[in-house]
Design a protein around this ligand. Sequence first.
Ligand SMILES: Cc1ncc(COP(=O)(O)O)c(C=O)c1O
Length: 389
Amino acid sequence: MTDRSVSGASTLALATLAIHGGRAHAAPGDAVVQPLVQSVNHVQPVGTADGVLYTRYANTPNAQIVQRRIAMLEGAESSLVLASGMGATSCTMLSLLRPGDHLVTSNWIYGGTRKLFDHELPAMGVTVTSVDPTESRGWRRAITKQTRVIFLESPVNPTTRVLDMRPLTALAKESGIALVVDATFASPINFRPLEHGADVVIHSATKYLNGHHDILAGVVSGTESMVDEVRQKMMVWGQAPDPFALWLLERGLKTLDVRVRRQNQSAMRVAEWAQSHPAIARVHYPGLESHPDHALARETLDGFGGMLALELAAGGDATPQVLERLRLITHAPSLGGVDSLVSEPRYTSHAHMTPEARAAIGIPDGFLRFSIGLEDPDDLIADLAQALE
Ligand SMILES: Cc1ncc(COP(=O)(O)O)c(C=O)c1O
């Protein structure tokens, strides 16, 4: 029988893979939409330990299809979906690091990841060194004989800085170190780190991959053996996703390409408009020539993304007034969904830092992070204009 499933190496475009990747070809009478199988347990073959399907193992039907699809989008051998983005990062670190090992991380990372690296890993006997990611010699200096992992996030939350992975891939390869990249801000439509030499890519699937603000999930992609190690940790640390979240994630993926492309365009429009607004001191968006990493972003990303940040000229005292006047753009944490959101990192991801420490990494008071959604960009601009009046 001819295998007509959409799997394995594929020449299909990302938009097509996002809809069909990893699914079996439907036979007459089959549902067009993958059914939700909420059952935790499944009938087991007699006389063998193989073929056990269980929700905590993330191998039930809704998990399998979405994992195959994400692997195809990333160009990975394998992907694993976990209960959250933090579950994905934690289980990846648990699988790569042992007591006595060393992790080198970019200083510019999401606040939750920061807590994991600053508190949880050291409590397990792992040492952690943070480096300024723009100083390429800093990475090399930080490496020791015990270094097992280099971690970075790109584009960076919330500054939208884009990091150059090239010096790091060479360094990681020559020293046998795993290079792990959190590419949540980009989604695989805009950036696929495995194509640039990363060993593992992590996403908070809560964000662009699902895209509708209604599930929590994370994903790890890489080689089969690497992903299998993460799976072992996920199973015992109880980090598997729920079938309904997986079903919603698969549904969200179908529109990933069209959503992200539209968000790229709309964010560019808003960023260009904001550049000349007198109430805005600075616009952070990789698509603007004024962005410090614009040339690198042009070279390595397929799109500049839906995330941007604005610094109010009036500083931190002006933010409550602006946020309260916004009518369409919602003041809420998280990102990557259909609704446009705004948040103040000083009260969310970077609340644990002093104002001085935040300013030192490019997040002064008055810094607002925007996740541009799918509304008409003219309406978003009008909303911002009236709020800034
Ligand atoms: C860049 C980045 N990585 C990881 C996470 C963690 O994801 P989750 O909230 O799904 O655990 C977040 C959450 O905001 C994030 O922004």
